[in-house]
Ligand binder design. Structure first.
Ligand code: HEC
Length: 147
């Protein structure tokens, strides 16, 4: 090939060569069932659909989605991957900032049953979700909705 032809090939490759990258699969987003199954017993037996109903008790103060708006309480998006009291831009109580643990299903279970017992001085002033089955379903919903 002539130099000119090589140039044409190079231009062609540079201009359209990246198109196959569009077809590299990014992997399917995990569904609710798979996410819930990642948690230890008994949380892996939770029912996220029932948990959605239980989340009605939280919705006045929390969002779960990717846009992560804080309202009265912090956004719960990516909750299971972060430390308590660490969501940027939210004015946590000193108690929550100093809690010093990452959120996991058992931590949530204890906190949701009695917030003041797990984080004394927290400004999340709800009495707590007393029924264990309701908490397990709620945690399943949180896992599915915030991951
Ligand atoms: C009246 C408003 C209100 C309600 C209702 C409420 N929360 Fe909260 N929540 C807050 C506030 C405020 C904080 C921050 C507490 C602090 O800084 O001590 C918080 C913190 C949290 C945290 C810790 C988040 C973090 O970033 O560390 C979790 C988890 C949580 N709430 C879950 C729930 C769930 C689940 C419910 C429903 C059962 C619920 N909350 C109901 C106001 C509320």
């Amino acid at each position: 090939m002539t130099k000119r032809q090589w140039m044409m090939v190079a231009i062609l490759v540079l201009s359209v060569g990246w198109i196959p990258l569009l077809f590299i699969p990014t992997g399917p987003k995990k569904d609710a069932k798979a996410l819930v199954a990642e948690m230890p017993w008994p949380y892996n037996a939770g029912d996220p659909a029932k948990g959605r109903d239980a989340f009605q008790a939280c919705i006045a103060c929390h969002t779960t989605g990717e846009r992560g708006q804080k309202t009265v309480g912090p956004s719960l998006y990516r909750l299971f991957e972060r430390r308590a009291g660490s969501e940027a831009g939210f004015a946590y109580s000193r108690a929550m900032q100093q809690a010093g643990f990452p959120w996991s299903a058992p931590r949530l279970d204890a906190f949701l049953a009695d917030p003041q017992a797990v984080v004394p001085g927290t400004t999340m002033t709800i009495p707590g979700v007393k029924d264990q089955k309701t908490r397990i379903d709620l945690i399943a919903f949180l896992k599915a909705a915030t991951s």
